[in-house]
Design a protein around this ligand. Sequence first.
Ligand code: URA
Length: 186
Amino acid sequence: MVDLPTIAQEIGVCTRCPLHEGRHHAVPGEGPADARLMFVGEAPGRQEDATGRPFCGAAGKVFDDLLHEAGIARDRTFITSIVKCRPPHNRLPHQPEIATCVGAHLMRQITVIAPAVICLLGALATRSLLGATRLADVRGRFVRRDRLYFPTFHPAAAARNPAWRHTLAADLRTLFETLAGHPPVR
Ligand code: URA
């Protein structure tokens, strides 16, 4: 089977969609191949594009704090996004860009890692992997499809709204407790 470094290398030179035109660095994601927990965000921002590392900018700082509060070791999870190249002016990725990137890259990363749970950060990640699903209907719950998913808020949204930050912190705590041995429930 293909390995994560090979997928990352392919992402780094990918020209399948227009998002590659403006990138400085593609952001494949990072973490161990045997991670039991995978986080999927939306798209790289300015700082991620500059460094090639996921969640290293403003949203990443919030995310790091929340992971720490929940007791989740970031370096034992795999963190990536729906699309791997920064959209111009941080616009939302377009549907063909999402379909292309998910099909070419994210699905293969998921197959290699085979995580116990995929935590979907925000509405775009939730829609992109669960289809016509409103985040409000599934947030904070385990959703069994081809794999086990757990949708919650995006850290950038949590940074703007203290109530959402509180909810995201509680959701991450639920994830931590589940992965620490309690069986996931629907
Ligand atoms: N937002 C994301 O969804 N991913 C990143 O890597 C950074 C910000």
